[in-house]
Every structure is written in structure tokens, then in C-alpha cells.
Design a protein. Structure first.
Length: 141
């Protein structure tokens, strides 16, 4: 899997930012306290279901439990596609190209496997799989 994009919405000093990470080499440059370590911390937050600590959230911003604070989008390689090929809900396994992790304020993580969508498909969720946990998958309608 290749990390393609990180979206932060109210994480530490980042009120709303999208970082594209699709290059071969990614460098985080900036002065002290610019937020370089915060970006790395945001990625590590995706590894658990812990609720966000108030110091991790942007000050003076109102949040609900279901607000998405961190979202990471990964491109699937052939080995990843093979690993998900056992899911019966995947009718055309070759069309699925992206894996998305979203983390809410409450700590709940949401997982999706997505195709590259054409313009006609962008308004529908019928091609997106929602992974509730390791044993449960549903096709979004």
C-alpha cells in the first residue's frame, strides 16, 4: 500500500488541511513548531481506537463525537488486492484501487475499500465497501 493523501480536520494546529503524499520521496520541512511531528502523530493515531485527547484537537473548534479528524487514503498494489480478494462482496476485484481509514473524535475508525470513480459514479456510494471490523463488510448503497 502506498499512502496517497492525508486529511486533517482539527488535529492540533491543522484546522483543515489536505496533504498529498503520492511522490517517491516525501519531505516534511518547516521551522520548529510548524507541525511536522503532528503529521506523523496523526498517522500513528490511525493505529488505535483511542478517543482523541483534547490537546490533540484544534483549540476553539467545536466537535461532535462523529466528526472525522484524520483521514488517510492508500493506493492498493497487486499484493493488497490479492489479500482482499476473498471478500464475496467484491464482484470486480480489479476495480478496487484505494483503501481509506477515517478516525472520528470518539476514536472510532471507519474503513473503506474504494474504486477509482468515473465522473458518473462520483455521486453514488454503490461501489464502496464499508469494513465495520475485521469480520464484517457491507456494500454501501
Amino acid at each position: 500500500m502506498d499512502l496517497n493523501q492525508i486529511k486533517l480536520n482539527g488535529f492540533k494546529r491543522f484546522e483543515k488541511v489536505t496533504l498529498n503524499t503520492s511522490g517517491k520521496i516525501i519531505a516534511l520541512l518547516g521551522p520548529n513548531e510548524a507541525g511536522k511531528s503532528s503529521i506523523l502523530e496523526a498517522l500513528t493515531c490511525l493505529n488505535n481506537d483511542y478517543r482523541f485527547n483534547p490537546v490533540q484537537l484544534t483549540r476553539d473548534k467545536d466537535f461532535t463525537e462523529r466528526d472525522i479528524v484524520i483521514e488517510a487514503v492508500f493506493f492498493l498494489d497487486d499484493q493488497d488486492k490479492e489479500a482482499i480478494s476473498n471478500f464475496d462482496l467484491l464482484s470486480d476485484k480489479s476495480s478496487f484501487k484505494k483503501f481509506c481509514i477515517k478516525k472520528q473524535v470518539s476514536g472510532k475508525r471507519l474503513f473503506e475499500i474504494q474504486p477509482f470513480l468515473s465522473e458518473a459514479d462520483k455521486n453514488t456510494k454503490s461501489n464502496v465497501l464499508n469494513i465495520k471490523n475485521e469480520d464484517s463488510i457491507e456494500k454501501l448503497q
